[in-house]
Design a protein around this ligand. Sequence first.
Ligand code: HEM
Length: 231
Amino acid sequence: MSLFTTDGFYHVFRWLHLFFGIIWIGHLYYFNFTQGVFFAKTDGNTKSAAIRQLLPEALWWFRWGAMWTFVTGLSMLGMKGHLVGMEIFASGWGVWILLGTAMATLMWFNVWFVIWPAQQVVIASAEGVAGGKPADPAAADAGARALRASRHNVLFSIPMLFFMGAASHLPVQMDVDAPLGLLTGVLGVVLAGIEFNALKGKLGPLTTVKGVIASGFALVAILIALVEVIL
Ligand code: HEM
């Protein structure tokens, strides 16, 4: 067992990364696959109690899981670059890990700068109503904003996990003179388009749980096809 070596140290980060990643994505799937369905069919009082008492707890684990997944992931990227050299990012490992990282970073941004601020408005409004005040008129919009970003995070998560896991176990085969600039540009436009939709667009097929899962699998196929065609 070579725990007290550079590889062992790196593996401790990989292990923590998976631990925090499970906390984050586990809560993401709980919100989208379980809680949303429950909220749609339960009565107003139960929903209000859940928003005030359960949601804040779940959101704490969710956003800090996201933060520490991000921190441990970036630490591994830094260690890899330092130990192996920056050319590792232009390898079959690098293409997949950077694609996975780009999606996970957009997801992290959505958690901290879209979902969490919007959910604070929703929770404060439910607290107010429970205390006899009128509902905050901004709460409905905030809820819709959080739902849209959250559904897009589920969409991103499916290819993100595929590529994150593929990096070490199924790296891309590519030539030394592969057009990585073109690949970065094309994938950048695709991901920016999805993120724009997460912030300002429509839910479309992401409205339902089945729809978002099917769209996630379709996105894996589209991204693999783009990478194969370009490289
Ligand atoms: C937030 C930004 C993220 C960054 C910067 C990042 C970075 C990395 C890096 C550098 C590795 C390579 C480890 C290795 O050398 O094998 C990795 C692996 C991995 N990451 Fe992430 N990651 C992020 C988010 C996530 C999330 C949200 C998950 C969800 C659970 C996740 C799951 C994984 C998995 C399953 C592996 C594969 C481990 C293996 O091959 O043994 N990552 N990540």
